[in-house]
Design a protein around this ligand. Structure first.
Ligand code: TNX
Length: 664
């Protein structure tokens, strides 16, 4: 090749590279990526003495991030209904003269403001910027693909303070999510103050210790929990609204109601259950459908809830109902026969329809989990939240319901993020990449079903939060970020505009913003080894009856990843014994777990670890904490025994594990 040609090619390549840099906005690391970004060259020189003019309703929020000095007007933030953009759209123009942000509606202004902040140095999130900076000249035209961009937060299993929730709202808002689905009640707690029934929070906001609500998950010996007063919740609603976030409250009904059932046992079906396996603990958690007074109590609750939360939809649950209680209840059976019902799902619908009537009187619509749609009797005005998998979400969308798609295997942020991570596992490992890969066409959704999808939502169920609180800087943030970044882009951009490698590049930049916001997102793979090591000749025995034959032999051979259930809960004095064929050396680390390894459930709520040098005499070594304990042996050891010091764990079983042994 001639030298001239070579030079020409080199110049052309260089030019193309420079050009791609100028037109490709990837380097800004915007999150989510806007639909259209045109870089126009040049920069706007910002300094804090310039003036920011904003619509009065967003003024306070803007001033949390941007100073307004007394120099020239440099940033204008306004609402302009005349813009030809879809709902929530905005146009953001940065020129050498200044910045003009126009939103087609309030949400558009807020969305645009969140993009604008991302153009500033990341410090803007930790302190309102008080130094000069340069912002690239550009024009962004943008609007969301989906109107519901949500994140769910379970504050029933683990109480989060109002301050923590606010912080979380602030973080999700910066990612342009516009709904917080607040799960306020469940088996483990009732967190919303109901003025006409103060007993609900007096009793059911706390569990453990002397509370009638046994923890099932988490600590047993101490009483813990908390609730939100109505004025706190109103303040939270306001705080969220300022950031463009609507709070959708959920009272989970008719199942998941153990907590309220402990305060008002009369709401449950008068069904006798054999509670001997759970050491007397009654786990009925479903409202009786036939008891008329139940609807009066529910009306009291829902009317107050509507008064606190102005959202168009109120979520009334509908998931995981143990309908066998209705089968065994003479009154529910009478109702069933009287109405000529043919399946128990009709009783479920009857209950939900009664609640819908109550909500309708308040001018509200109902949202429910997808199981509620099974009878076919629930009207299409109900918004369905699909959860188990993409198929369940698809079924309700195909059936004609406006649907929020939040399938466990993609958007359940209580699932672990790698095999080594903590977290639930029923929906598998959920990586950020997996969240990002959601594609309704690939999942086989028809165009009708796609049209019914209002959006997506992440879920953070907090059973495991209690047990991980002390272990992490912030377990909620560790579990939800950066998966929320992926969710936000799935909600915001049309499928054909999403590209994983581009997202991944931008995420690296965006991490600087999250650092500045103080989000403890998951940074890399966890280092703590949770694998097992085979100990030759391990023998496991226990005082508890196992529910499966050969379970102990299999455990002794490490032939099962998780362990096995016993036939009943623990009693004081029950034990699990691990005998080793050889002697474990001093300094060996042994991790002992009762209950599941990934979920603090089915465990010895309190107990001790005993060690023995000869396999005959044992001495107390350490207490169990949340059913488990990691010890470093202080001498040669032939056997380890776990002894329960409490009767009952809220479950009707104990989960028996092999020990994890590490020789360093
Ligand atoms: C299923 S999602 C549940 C929750 C649990 C969650 C744990 C749904 C409607 N029900 O009660 O917390 O799994 O992942």
């Amino acid at each position: 090749m001639k030298i001239k040609t070579r030079l020409f090619l080199l110049c052309a390549a260089l030019l193309a590279w420079v050009e791609s840099f100028a037109t490709n906005s990837s380097y800004l690391g915007l999150m989510p990526q806007p639909r259209s970004v045109e870089l126009s060259g040049g920069v706007f020189a910002y300094n804090p003495s310039q003036v920011v003019v904003a619509e009065s309703w967003i003024d306070d929020y803007v001033s949390e991030y941007l100073h307004s000095g007394c120099g020239r007007v440099a940033i204008v933030i306004k609402q302009d209904g005349g813009l030809r953009l879809p709902a929530e759209g905005y146009e953001l123009v940065v020129s050498t003269e200044g910045i003009v942000l126009r939103g087609v509606d309030r949400a558009g202004v807020i969305n645009g403001f969140h993009t604008l902040l991302q153009l500033f140095p990341a410090e803007i999130y930790s302190s309102s910027l008080d130094s000069a900076c340069e912002i690239p000249c550009l024009r962004i035209v943008d609007w969301p693909e989906y109107s519901y961009r949500g994140q769910h937060l379970d504050v029933a299993r683990t109480y989060s303070s109002v301050e923590q929730i606010k912080e979380f709202v602030s973080h999700i808002a910066h990612h342009k999510l516009n709904h917080l689905h607040l799960h306020l009640t469940d088996d483990e707690g009732w967190r919303v103050e109901i003025l006409s029934h103060p007993e609900l929070t007096d009793v059911a906001a706390y569990r453990g210790g002397d509370s009638p609500i046994w923890p099932i998950y988490g600590a047993f010996d101490q009483r813990y929990g908390g609730y939100y007063t109505q004025s706190e919740l109103r303040e939270l609603v306001e705080y969220a609204a300022q950031r463009g976030v609507t709070i959708v409250p959920e009272i989970d009904l008719p199942g998941h109601s153990l907590a309220i059932g402990k305060v008002h046992p009369e709401i449950l079906c008068p069904v006798e259950r054999d509670n001997s396996a759970s050491a007397g603990y009654d786990r009925r958690n479903v409202w009786c459908v036939s008891r008329e007074e139940n609807y009066a109590l529910l009306e009291d609750i829902l009317v107050e809830l509507c008064d606190i939360f102005p959202s168009e939809y109120i979520h009334i649950g509908g998931d995981e109902v143990d309908t066998s209680l209705w089968r065994d209840c003479p009154h529910c059976l009478a109702l069933y026969n009287q109405k000529g019902m043919t399946s128990r799902s009709e009783l479920h619908s009857y209950f939900m329809l009664r609640l819908m009537d109550i909500l309708a009187k308040q001018g509200r619509k109902a949202a429910m989990w997808n199981e509620a749609a099974e009878s076919g009797l629930i009207p299409h005005s109900v918004r369905m939240h699909g959860w188990e998998g993409v198929e369940e979400c698809r079924t309700v969308a195909e059936a004609g319901y406006k649907t929020i798609v939040m399938p466990g295997p993609y958007f359940y942020f209580d699932m672990r993020q790698s095999k080594e991570d903590d977290g639930h596992n029923w929906a598998g490992v959920v990586t950020t990449k997996k969240c990002y890969s959601v594609d309704l066409s690939k999942f086989g959704y028809s165009s009708l079903a796609k049209g019914n999808v209002e959006g997506f939502s992440g879920a953070f169920w907090s059973e495991l939060y209690v047990t991980h609180k002390d272990k992490y800087e912030n377990y909620l943030e560790y579990q939800t970020f950066p998966r929320i970044c992926a969710l936000s882009e799935v909600c915001w951009l049309p499928q054909q505009m999403r590209e994983w490698s581009d997202f991944e590049r931008r995420l690296e930049q965006h991490k600087l913003r999250m650092d500045s916001m103080g989000v403890s997102y998951r940074k890399g793979e966890p280092t703590s080894p949770t694998g097992r090591q085979i100990t030759p000749g391990l023998k496991v025995t226990t005082s508890l009856p196992m529910s499966r034959d050969n379970a102990l032999e299999k455990l002794s051979a490490y032939a099962n990843d998780y362990g096995y259930r016993t036939k009943r809960t623990c009693h004081e004095g029950d034990w699990i014994l691990y005998e080793f064929a050889g002697t474990l050396k001093k300094g060996t680390t042994v991790q002992l777990t009762t209950g599941y390894r990934h979920v603090a459930r089915g465990l010895f709520p309190s107990g001790v670890v005993e060690v023995s040098a000869d396999g005959i005499t044992f001495t107390d070594y350490a207490p169990l904490n949340n059913g488990s304990c990691t010890i470093r042996l202080n001498g040669p050891t032939r056997a380890i025994r776990l002894r329960s010091t409490r009767t009952g764990n809220g479950d009707s079983y104990v989960f028996v594990q092999y020990p994890v042994i590490r020789v360093e």
